[in-house]
Design a protein around this ligand. Sequence first.
Ligand code: GLN
Length: 334
Amino acid sequence: MTSEDVHPDVVSTGTLPRRELVEQLMQEAYDRYAGVDDGEVADYIPVLAQADPELFGLSIVSVAGASHSVGDALHEFSIQSVSKAFVFALVCDALGPESVLDAVGVNNTGLPFNSVMALELNGGSPMNPLVNAGALTTTSLALGETADEKWAFVHAGLSAFAGHPLVLDDKVYASEAAHNRRNQAIARLLESYGRIVHDPLEVTDVYTRQCSLRVSAKDLAVMGATLADGGVNPITGERVVDPAVCRYVLAALATSGLYERSGEWLFSIGLPGKSGVSGGIVTVVPGKGSLATFSPRLDAAGNSVRGGLATRFLSGALGLNLFASRPEPRTDSR
Ligand code: GLN
């Protein structure tokens, strides 16, 4: 008998603070960091370089379905690597977390998200689903025999997380597809290690499409809130994945969601999160809800600078840090 059998109803979470406080502190987070211009907009995918660096949006969605947004929270951008968290959830749900764990792993590489060396150093193991190698392996495991069937599985699942059909950004897809030789090489290397059994170029194409889906910060907050809510979308009421899957996915995000900066993120924010190169970050507060941010300027690891600052502020001010055992006085440091 496990401890879960003994106390099946007990979880260690609470609720978000009252609505007025959430709204007030989100506005404060926006005002504090809207003037920060550190970081650079990603340009290795040419179309991403056209993003307006001043865009800045924040959105919180609770597991009860309440939402509040500030700034450019409805502005749409390509989901990019944030998709990796949710495709991992879908594949874990379909195949069972243990078999996906064997195929992909859940340890940090300590290296950039598109590292080839990480694969070589680890005997061909992608190490985790949140770097490109692990995401390509995960996408290769999507249900379906053909690339079209795998795409249909990924697209339907990501749309269920968001609560509406997500639309492919043709311009982003075309730009990334014309510049994804590195991801194709990673997929080919994974094939050589027996980690991908489907055609590597087709897998890369499905992955590129998944990264090109349009979302807003509000969409990301709904997707994150679905993970916070044990797999049920709090807006549509649809069960998207099993509760246990959410627990595993959030653990993987905690180790690797912010790439080689995941330790610093967990140290200062204390929550699982996932970033993408177009500037989105989704942060999940288990049992409570989700905070999503969007701002295109990135740090050297590829994580949104304003998004990280706003998330750190709100984690502290709203009492969201999973490692805090009692309320702490507010600090006004940036
Ligand atoms: N599509 C991008 C890539 O494969 C995603 C990377 C990211 O968001 N970090 O490079």
